[in-house]
Write a protein that binds this ligand. Structure first.
Ligand SMILES: [Zn+2]
Length: 480
């Protein structure tokens, strides 16, 4: 007995696979009647909420306080930092009226919250004793994306965390960016999402940032997906919003600030896209709503009490061990249940029929490898503890091995053009000139995503595209 129903192959048509999975597994509903906005259903909400929880814990542990700012931002705030408003103005949703009256000042729905937070920082920060100030909020933001939208990947409202940190010195701000990178790496590793930590090119920074660092993963269709960013803002926001503090000598100075934005919606999408297979999601233990699903398998006409009792006892035992356990006692046929739980990615399924009752054992199915094994009752707790670690390790290794197979060194223009359509992240010598990056994009469709920040890669020789002297090694890919 096994589930044979498959989705369309993820490898051959990722977009259709993804859309089909989201709707057939009831993860999200895009029938809400505003284009680009979707409804998140319980099994997807659990994943999103788990990712939120992981980041929130790390942020609190590293000295951040959680806050909640209003969704609406006066347009005059948004215009205070020129480059910033230029970067967002095409995408902003604006509220023009309320209660039937035209508003005196239009209000933007936050596309990001710097211009909401900084006016308050100017009231809260007075002295060097108020620093560092590290704040974050877990919210949705609104951006009128004009490209085709796709749930979680590119939507007009999406979930993220934004930190807004202020420091007395440039050094502390730079250290915070390192800390943001450490948090990102740790969590992506726990989720088994492969990534490259990159410093973006100067023409590809967050509007208003001095430096932008970003985490890119790769979707199955070969598009690089940015899943977190952290920005060094210097005085770019603290000056126009007049955030100042008195140092020990009584001089009034502007704090150095940073912001960090893990894209929670996109991280959830990456979990689905990275680990999923043609049967549905394959969830890591840490974000699975039902880590273990128990399926009773009674035979027609036979008594079911012993099976039911065994299922109940096991559920109690595993819950006491701290697992999220669900017994599927619905009327559906076992095959239908298998299909459902495989599609929803529950890491482990335990099947209990008469054979298992008689043998004092259970059958355990692991979703990642789609393999069954028989485990004696006395060994269940130990085996599940082992499997939870094994599954975490196997899914991570499989994802990284695929990701690494998609990295290619390229040294001449002809090769860049040749492999551009094949969905690789290429590693190349680069001249660092904006025009060269634009040409690469125009002719090959690849975008220069930046240089590694986790390792030193010394440039040598010539730019693989234009032949000018190389100033750094960069990574380029089609971008989502
Ligand atoms: Zn060049």
């Amino acid at each position: 007995m096994s589930s044979k129903k498959r989705l369309i192959s993820k490898e051959s048509d990722f977009g259709t696979w993804y859309d089909d999975l989201l709707s057939s597994a009831a993860l999200a509903d895009n029938r809400y009647n505003v284009k680009g906005f979707i409804v998140i259903r319980p099994d997807l909400f659990f994943i999103i909420n788990s990712v939120y929880g992981m980041f929130e814990k790390e942020l609190v542990d590293s000295g951040h306080d959680q806050v909640l700012f209003p969704t609406v931002i006066p347009m005059s705030n948004l215009r205070r930092e020129a480059e910033h408003v230029k970067g967002f103005e095409d995408q902003v949703f604006i509220v023009e009226s309320a209660g039937g009256e035209k508003l005196e000042e239009p209000l933007a729905l936050r596309p990001t919250s710097e211009t909401a937070v900084y006016p308050m920082l100017s009231l809260w920060i007075r002295s060097h004793r108020d620093l560092p100030m590290r704040l974050f909020q877990s919210v949705t933001v609104f951006r009128h994306e004009t490209k085709a939208t796709r749930p979680l990947l590119r939507a007009r409202e999406f979930s993220w965390i934004e930190t807004h940190d202020a420091f007395a010195t440039d050094k502390e701000a730079k250290d915070q960016v390192q800390e943001d990178a450490r948090i990102s790496s740790k969590i992506f590793d726990e989720l088994g999402i492969p990534f490259l930590p990159l410093q973006r090119e100067p023409d590809d920074r967050f509007p208003g940032a001095e430096e932008t660092f970003a985490y890119d993963t790769l979707l199955p269709d070969g598009h690089a997906l940015q899943i977190a960013t952290t920005h060094l803002l210097g005085h770019r926001f603290s000056k126009p919003f007049d955030v100042g503090f008195l140092d020990e000598k009584g001089n009034r100075l502007h704090p150095y600030t940073t912001c960090f934005g893990p894209g929670i919606s996109r991280i959830a999408a990456s979990i689905i896209a990275t680990h999923g297979d043609d049967y549905g999601m394959v969830l890591p233990f840490n974000v699975s709503r039902r880590q273990i699903v128990i399926v009773p398998i009674p035979k027609k006409g036979e008594e079911e009490v012993s099976i039911r009792e065994k299922c109940q006892a096991l559920e109690r035992q595993l819950k006491a061990n701290g697992y999220r356990v669900f017994t599927d006692s619905s009327e559906d046929r076992p095959g239908g249940k298998f299909y459902k739980w495989e599609q929803l990615g529950s890491p482990l399924r335990i099947e209990i029929g008469h054979r298992e009752v008689e043998q004092n054992a259970v059958t355990i199915f692991r979703r990642d490898l789609r393999e069954r094994e028989t485990v004696g009752d006395q060994d269940i707790s130990k085996r599940i503890s082992e499997l939870s670690k094994e599954i975490q390790k196997t899914t991570r290794e499989k994802a990284w091995s695929w990701f690494k197979s998609k990295l290619k060194d390229v040294s001449v223009r002809a090769d860049i053009l040749k492999i551009a359509k094949k969905g690789y992240i290429i590693r190349m010598q680069y001249c660092g000139q904006e025009e060269c990056g634009n040409d690469i994009k125009k002719d090959s469709g690849l975008e220069v995503r930046g240089k590694r920040i986790d390792i030193e890669e010394e440039p040598s020789g010539k730019c693989a595209w234009c032949g000018a002297p190389s100033v750094r090694i960069v990574y380029a890919a089609k971008s989502y």
